[in-house]
Design a protein around this ligand. Structure first.
Ligand code: PGA
Length: 260
């Protein structure tokens, strides 16, 4: 099926790939990531940590993609968890992706969540990204409220890495995910705060890949792709980027106009 995104302002920079289901989307995403990693020495892959890309990461591991010189950059991390807490996003990425692929800890870059809550550690993280040469390919999920990373509705389009308070919906979604066993991590309170890359930080990646699967993402995906580019729907900001691939399954793409 060919989907028409000409209603969106930046249609020629945005490619929509629709898979039959989550498995096909994960396979497409894994193939695109593998290609991107092969295009550069010391490639920098930006990783999201929700449930959606989980199968994609499993496939990268199953396919044994080369991790030679690969750096991983996280979008966000909870504040207030112990460094060894399995619920942390860095711990999750280490367990699911970095350790199975043999990517050492010094090649994993995480937004700062230490005691120093001033801007300085966030600025240092931004410098770290620049020193790496920027992110080559950034994988993104989309929250049910339209967030990307932990940029909740209302986040300025020019926001940079910073400490944020999580919305109730985000905390509830992340809690129910764990209770459903979808994250294989122990149940527990979801922290109230996190450190996240800002929208402007994310838009500096060379390429963006947004993954959305399942019926519950259909409404917000349509808002983000077809509605105004609006801080109230932070994911709509990806349409400002010159090179975006949206990979969605038929359920998530249900409200996007089909032309063939
Ligand atoms: P999900 O989260 O992949 O668990 O649906 C997406 C997000 O919150 O960005």
């Amino acid at each position: 099926m060919i989907y028409d995104l000409r209603l969106s302002r930046a249609h020629d920079n945005l490619r929509l790939v629709v898979g039959a289901g989550a498995e096909e989307c994960a396979s497409i995403a894994a193939s695109e990531i593998e290609t991107a990693l092969g295009e550069r020495t010391n490639p920098v892959l930006g990783v999201a940590t929700g449930a959606t890309p989980r199968r994609t990461y499993e496939l990268l591991v199953e396919r044994g993609v080369s991790s030679d010189g690969v750096h991983l950059v996280l979008l966000d991390e909870y504040i207030g968890l112990a460094p060894c807490d399995r619920r942390g996003f860095a711990a999750t990425i280490r367990r699911r992706l970095a350790e199975p692929l043999g990517i050492p800890p010094d090649r994993i870059h995480v937004p700062p969540v230490g005691r120093d809550q001033s801007h300085e550690p966030c600025e240092a993280f931004e410098r770290e990204l620049r020193d790496l040469g920027g992110v080559d390919l950034q994988v993104l999920g989309i929250g049910q409220n339209g967030h990307i990373a932990f940029n909740e509705p209302g986040s300025p389009l020019d926001s940079r890495t910073r400490v944020v308070r999580l919305s109730r919906l985000t905390r509830e979604n992340n809690r129910s995910l764990r209770e459903a066993g979808g994250n294989d991590d122990r149940a527990g309170e979801v922290p109230e705060r996190a450190c996240t890359q800002g929208i402007a930080t994310i838009l500096e990646a060379r390429r963006l890949m947004l993954l959305a699967t399942g019926e519950r993402k259909a409404g917000i995906l349509a808002d983000a792709m077809l509605g105004p580019i609006d801080p109230e729907v932070p994911a709509s900001a990806i349409r400002l980027h010159p090179d975006v691939t949206v990979i969605a399954d038929v359920d998530a793409a249900r409200l996007l106009p089909v032309i063939a």
